[in-house]
Design a protein around this ligand. Structure first.
Ligand SMILES: *[C@@H]1O[C@H](CO)[C@@H](O)[C@H](O)[C@H]1NC(C)=O
Length: 423
């Protein structure tokens, strides 16, 4: 009878659907049909031979976010042309020694956003051609000495957001990977790392040490072989001082220095002097109360300086002389006035200001008026958001004159912060 067959047909269909959808679905894509892209099924998946393996032509495989929990031997069997493998955003906890042994041509391997805690020594032995290895956001605590050695062509290594402890890291771990250009250690505890950690690098350009629990600029990040580094990130650490004038002396090629959100309250006057290629320096969010008179002088490429969110009470115009400053951010500090004709002075000594932020300071109203007139005259962009008359932005005494003496500061600072706290 019909109504007896119907449930049977339906349940058959449903189990068929589940069977199909339980594992990832893979498609051949691209102009030359050389790439395989998979989408996840509805349950976790143990990758085995048969899903992406056994194809002479395949050069790229994307298994991103496919709910893979483990990878079996031979999963990538017989893929002689494979150059690109993306296994990111899965739940892989371990990679057994040998699972990556086929496909010697591989150039790009993305294992980011998995649950890997480490690697068996030898895992990458058959991977001499890898150039990009992304291991971000795993749970790696330890790296075996020799693990990276076979990858002598490696140029991009991302180890960020893991659980590495620099103090326990073997300092010879990168001995054979001399060609690395991009190195990301951010969000690991790199404090106490050995000074020679990166000594084998010959071509490093980008080094990220954001959120690495550093209390000082680490020696391993400024060693003589790092003269090729262009971009150094030291943001969000607990560095308190730059009091050694030789600290950056080897970084000949440095263009961008990021020291945002540290606790720096002490900078020696000549610390940036060796950085003749420096284009940008970010010191936002530190504890500076003063700037040495020569700090940014005669840096022929320096266009961007961010000193906002500090506690600077006096800004010496001399500090910028001889540098082509374009963007200067002095917002949220503690000064009440700037040197008379501040912008003109900068222009006359090499500056080319197009953007100048000085809001959120305890301005004397007469001094604020002067600087606003000046930036308007020169067509310099400034942050006028707070200057709509609705909020207090400055304080004034009976005589509306700008008092440019250090002793005028304290008085006004108190007045200003009193006023602000009442709003
Ligand atoms: C690796 O995969 C992650 C997540 O899919 C992605 O955001 C990242 O850009 C990839 N890495 C590289 C080097 O392409």
């Amino acid at each position: 009878m019909m109504y007896n067959i119907l449930p049977w047909v339906l349940s058959g269909l449903i189990s068929e659907l589940i069977l199909v959808a339980a594992r990832p679905t893979c498609k051949v894509v691209g102009e030359h049909q050389k790439d395989i892209v998979c989408t996840p099924g509805i349950s976790d998946f143990f990758l085995q031979r048969g899903l992406v393996s056994d194809n002479d032509r395949t050069t790229g495989i994307t298994l991103r976010g496919c709910r893979i929990i483990d990878v079996d031997y031979e999963s990538f069997e017989n893929l002689p042309a494979l150059e690109y493998l993306d296994l990111s955003v899965n739940k892989i906890r371990t990679l057994k020694l040998g699972v990556l042994d086929e496909f010697k041509q591989l150039k790009f391997l993305n294992l980011s956003y998995n649950q890997l805690t480490g690697f068996p020594l030898g895992l990458f032995d058959q991977k001499p051609n890898i150039e990009v290895l992304d291991l971000k956001a795993n749970r790696i605590t330890n790296l075996e000495l020799g693990i990276f050695d076979p990858m002598s062509k490696l140029r991009h290594l991302d180890l960020s957001s893991n659980a590495l402890l620099g103090k326990d890291m073997n300092p010879y771990i990168f001995d054979q990977t001399t060609r690395i250009q991009f190195m990301d250690f951010s969000r690991n505890d790199m404090s106490g790392s050995k000074n020679i950690l990166l000594d084998a690098f010959e071509a490093l350009e980008f080094l990220n040490l954001d959120r690495c629990f550093l209390t000082e600029v680490p020696k391993f990040a400024t060693s003589p072989n790092l003269k090729t580094v262009k971009h150094l990130m030291l943001s969000t650490n607990k560095i308190t001082k730059l009091d050694d004038g030789t600290i950056f002396v080897h970084l000949d090629d440095l263009e961008i220095l990021n020291l945002i959100d540290n606790a720096i309250d002490n900078i020696v006057h000549n610390v940036f002097m060796p950085l003749k290629k420096l284009k940008m320096v970010f010191l936002r969010g530190n504890k500076l109360t003063q700037i040495p008179d020569t700090l940014f002088q005669h840096l022929p490429k320096l266009g961007n300086i961010d000193l906002s969110h500090n506690a600077i009470e006096f800004v010496p115009v001399n500090a910028f002389r001889g540098s082509p400053v374009k963007n200067l951010n002095l917002a949220d500090n503690r000064f009440t006035y700037l040197t008379d004709n501040f912008c003109l002075e900068l222009r006359n000594s090499g500056g080319a200001m197009t953007k100048f932020y000085f809001n959120q300071n305890p301005w004397q109203c007469a001094c604020l008026k002067d600087i606003i007139e000046e930036v308007k005259k020169f067509g310099i962009q400034y942050n006028g958001v707070g200057y709509d008359g609705k909020k207090p932005v400055c304080v004034t005494e009976n005589d509306f004159t700008c008092k440019r003496q250090p002793d005028a500061n304290a008085n006004h600072i108190d007045l200003y912060f009193n006023l602000i706290s009442k709003v």
